[in-house]
Design a protein around this ligand. Sequence first.
Ligand SMILES: C[S@@+](CC[C@H](N)C(=O)[O-])C[C@H]1O[C@@H](n2cnc3c(N)ncnc32)[C@H](O)[C@@H]1O
Length: 367
Amino acid sequence: MTPLRTAADLLRTLERGCYTLPELYRLAEQAGLADRADGRRIIQDGQARYKRRLRSALHAFKRQGRARPAGAGKAAWLIEGSTTRPRRALLIWLPADPSHVELVLGAAASVLREADEPIDLIVADPPWALGRGEHRSAYRRTYGRNHDQVMPGYVDVDPAGYAAFTSEWIGAASAALRPGGYLAVVTGAQQAARVQVTAEDAGLTYVNSIAVARRFGLYTRRRFVHQHHRVTLLCKGSLTDPARVFHLPPEMPRGRTGQIYATDLWTDIPEQRRRSLLRYDNSLHPALVSRVIRAATDLGHLVADPFLGSGTTAIAALQDGRRFYGGDLNVESLRFTMGRILAEVVPVIRPETEQLTLFDALAGAPA
Ligand SMILES: C[S@@+](CC[C@H](N)C(=O)[O-])C[C@H]1O[C@@H](n2cnc3c(N)ncnc32)[C@H](O)[C@@H]1O
């Protein structure tokens, strides 16, 4: 594993690990896949159906035994756009089964509306309208000293527009969920009430309001110190819906008789730290997101996060054997997530299993 320390590490990783559609098209042409008998091209730059075509090409290769296993850690992103400005990225890495990670540049509501299939769990950690944009002086004070190790471009929300913003993306989230699916929203305590009411108004059912203790509080002399996050958990349909998944994560506290005593007060989640590594503003610790994912979904389920940030949900979903779909308005969020997955996650997940890359599959195919 080579963790990302600098922007130069990130650029190097992305340059080695991304294929644009035109590059892929050239590979497909070399492999005799690009044209149909009727002369129509199968894979074209910007084509909306490229994902389906790509997957069926891969499966055909696998079925025919023409796809070659690649070494541990090999994976690639297929991108629309460029490595400096990806608009859409699909992870091509098939450990045994079509795992699926897709990232899209765009606003949360439109990213959710574009989902290919009903979503099992949406984890959302929207900006908190606390004035964390780079142009604010608070941002410069807090992050100014190590600015070159913090990814730029974080998009905040105007506090005056927070209610409309919340109602728009939660409406889209509610429509994108499958019956029995979940929405888990991470906020400070102040915004949690609005999130809960807005989500219930959008037709979702309240499940839990989980308090996640933080080691370091947000100090204030005018109020009690804010020292917890809130995870507001809601589901689509009733609590008794048989399609609803609910597991008790095994690492949770146990009662005297040894059974899991899963309370809504989580005090064991570490702070997210990436000391001397490249990082992103306001990131969650993967342990928090992983617990929500393992409680609310099964293996292979589709997890989404429309406020991707540093990609914590994508990484936790991959590590927990779930598929992932997500997006962010900040192109640097997509780039950072893509780089982290290639450099820090793929090499340590199931390194012993067979991994196929599209590049190897196509490059290995006879022309
Ligand atoms: C609190 S951060 C998410 C952090 C993430 N959970 C992590 O662990 O890294 C919020 C993210 O939302 C993005 N954002 C702000 N407004 C957005 C919008 N309307 N649609 C999509 N993303 C948005 C910001 O650029 C930022 O990356």
